[in-house]
Design a protein around this ligand. Structure first.
Ligand SMILES: *Cc1c(COP(=O)(O)O)cnc(C)c1O
Length: 359
């Protein structure tokens, strides 16, 4: 009787799975979830109606090719349909990418700290993570990332703006970096927050992928488009890249409600982008109020702010939680706070002002 329980891959012992943002403890009174970078707004009525209509057909499998959604994405972003792959959120696409390149010996480069799905999905795919520390200003160290490339580098994630710091990568440095990446390594620009970018020096990845066969762009309907609960995202890359990604897709991975809602969201994009504009204004207000309170806050181009509190991160998050505001601590680096509507943001600012130890 040596083995008394089912045996699993040893890699599972080394990591803890993805930890989603907490909901607030809510000790009486209103509470606010600022821990998952979601849109604070309810679905648009036009989108909700499409979801309700699609719900009447869920006895049928979804369209495995997501034809209507693919066409809508192709039209909106002026790319050929063969360049598009859809997935179960961009996390699902990140997993598909890693499934497509992962094997013993394959290396995956990404900045750290960055999106916390990269490490465990890389582990799961049997590839090796090469983490390159962020610069002092919380931005990607693209020089060091280029220097980390080897003959085994299969995939490089560039998360811009970076989750959780909000720091974007700028056009000149990114182009210089891309020129240094060999053609057999794929660079994926993870642009989950692209709609919140206002800095004109931050490029739209779609302008960079067109003449670069080893560059692809990840986008999601979860954040600016407000469909986090439905799980749909897409990749745009050259045909061999999109095709490889489609091969690793779990059948029917984008459900029929998600497909319909995503098409409706592209149709209602201008309305959704008005909401994004409100969040951007609030982001700038929250950051300047925090600076006024004496915190150090790196500039952010996303729908969140970052407080580099080091070892005090967990304590700060706990204090916010007690005030009914859940934020996301990344002990021992910092705390990420999602920007929401003014009432929620004010609740957070009050909790921050009440916290005794400023940075
Ligand atoms: C939120 C986020 C995603 C998107 O996740 P979905 O799976 O599409 O909900 C992808 N990348 C980054 C960096 C994110 O922050």
């Amino acid at each position: 009787m040596s083995k008394q329980s089912p045996q699993f891959r040893r890699v599972l012992d080394q990591f803890t799975g993805y930890k989603p943002g907490k909901s607030p403890a809510a000790p009486g009174g209103r509470s606010f979830k600022l821990s998952s970078n979601e849109s604070p707004y309810d679905p648009l009525p036009s989108v909700a109606a499409v979801i309700a209509e699609a719900a009447t057909q869920v006895n049928r499998y979804p369209d495995n090719t997501a034809a209507a959604l693919t066409t809508a994405i192709a039209d909106r972003f002026e790319v050929p349909p063969e360049h598009i792959a859809v997935g179960c959120g961009s996390v699902g696409l990140a997993q598909q990418l890693l499934e497509a390149v992962g094997e013993p010996g394959a290396e995956v480069i990404y900045a750290w700290r960055s999106f916390e799905a990269y490490p465990y999905l890389t582990d799961l795919a049997n590839a090796a993570s090469v983490r390159v520390p962020l610069r002092q200003d919380a931005g990607h160290d693209l020089d060091a990332m280029a220097a980390a490339i080897t003959g085994r580098t299969r995939l490089i994630f560039v998360c811009t703006p970076n989750n959780p710091t909000g720091t974007p990568v700028r056009r000149a440095e990114l182009e210089e970096f891309l020129d240094r990446v060999p053609p057999d390594s794929l660079v994926v620009l993870d642009e989950a927050y692209v709609q919140y970018v206002r800095d004109p020096d931050v490029p739209d990845g779609l302008t960079l992928y067109r003449d670069r066969p080893n560059v692809a762009v990840l986008r999601t309907f979860s954040k600016a488009y407000g469909l986090a609960g439905l799980r749909v995202g897409f990749l745009i890359g050259h045909q061999p890249v999109a095709e490889a990604i489609r091969k690793t897709m779990l059948p029917f991975t984008v459900n029929s409600l998600a497909q319909a809602a995503a098409v409706a969201s592209l149709a209602a994009e201008s309305e959704l982008l008005e909401r994004v504009e409100l969040v951007v204004k609030e982001r700038d207000r929250v950051r300047s109020e925090l600076l006024g309170q004496g915190w150090s806050v790196p500039p952010t181009e996303a729908n969140f702010v970052w407080l580099p509190l080091g070892e005090r991160s967990a304590g700060f998050a706990e204090a916010c939680d007690q005030a009914g505001v859940s934020v996301r601590p990344y002990q021992p680096d910092g705390v990420r706070i999602t920007i929401a509507d003014p009432e929620a943001n004010d609740a957070f600012l009050a909790a921050a002002a009440a916290y005794p130890h400023r940075s």
